[in-house]
Design a protein around this ligand. Structure first.
Ligand SMILES: Nc1nc2c(c(=O)[nH]1)N[C@H]1C(S)=C(S)[C@@H](COP(=O)(O)O)O[C@H]1N2
Ligand SMILES: [Mo]
Length: 215
């Protein structure tokens, strides 16, 4: 991506001075915060595969399905009534831009899965977006990390439609394509099921520090 050099300068936001209780993603403490092959942008590019869905909050539902004790379908009010978390983390797109120092607010993935009660056979998660057919897969263990959330706000603003509102996943330690926008359902699975871009040749895992870009 071609960048105005002035956007590369200046120190990225650090966790110092954050309100108490904010979960800081551990990668933020690396001496070099940019993974190999990435460059920093201060803007926030919009990237996705298809059209931008608009989901009015009163019609929005979040489903948790598959290998759970109790499948859940949450309304907007029920989602907001769950314990809220703030996460400070970096965001790395496989197309080589990184946005450092994002403050997300929403509900921890672990909190949601705890409500549904994950069965012991479950080992993988498949996230499905409201953009028809779009999915992405994550190992359950990584989805349960404390810096993973279903976010409704970014840097103090509600998420716009373009950036995945009403609610998107944020999985800071993997490339941003795993951070599903417009999340409609979280499936708990025994077997891994590659998602949309994983089937199109992206790496199944997507660790930016190992440059797991393509399969
Ligand atoms: N539902 C859905 N989520 C998605 C995508 C998509 O096409 N559909 N694209 C992913 C990719 S490749 C990236 S880099 C990030 C970009 O998020 P942003 O547009 O908020 O920067 O969203 C990810 N989440
Ligand atoms: Mo991306």
């Amino acid at each position: 991506m071609v960048e105005d050099p002035k956007y590369q300068s200046g120190e990225p936001p650090t966790p110092e001075g954050l309100p108490p209780g904010v979960v800081v993603s551990p990668d933020v403490y690396r001496p070099q915060r940019l993974p190999p092959g990435q460059s920093r942008t201060r803007k926030w590019p919009v990237l996705h595969w298809g059209r931008v869905p608009h989901i009015p909050r009163e019609r929005w539902r979040l489903q948790i399905r598959g290998l759970v004790r109790q499948e859940l379908v949450l309304t907007w009010e029920q989602f907001l009534a769950l314990p809220q978390v703030q996460v400070f983390s970096d965001f790395h797109c496989v197309t080589r831009w990184s946005r450092l120092g994002n403050l997300w607010q929403g509900v921890a993935a672990a909190t949601l899965l705890e409500r549904a009660g994950v069965l012991p056979e479950a080992r993988f998660v498949l996230l499905q977006g409201y953009d028809d057919g779009w999915t992405t897969n994550v190992p359950l263990e990584e989805f349960l990390q404390p810096d993973v959330l279903l976010a409704h706000s970014h840097d103090g603003q509600p998420l716009s439609d373009e950036h995945g509102g009403p609610v998107r996943a944020v999985i800071p330690r993997l490339y941003a394509w795993k951070s599903a926008k417009w999340v409609r359902a979280i499936y708990l699975l025994a077997e891994d099921q590659p998602g949309y871009w994983e089937r199109c040749g992206y790496h199944n895992h997507g660790d930016p520090w190992k440059e797991e870009r393509f399969g």
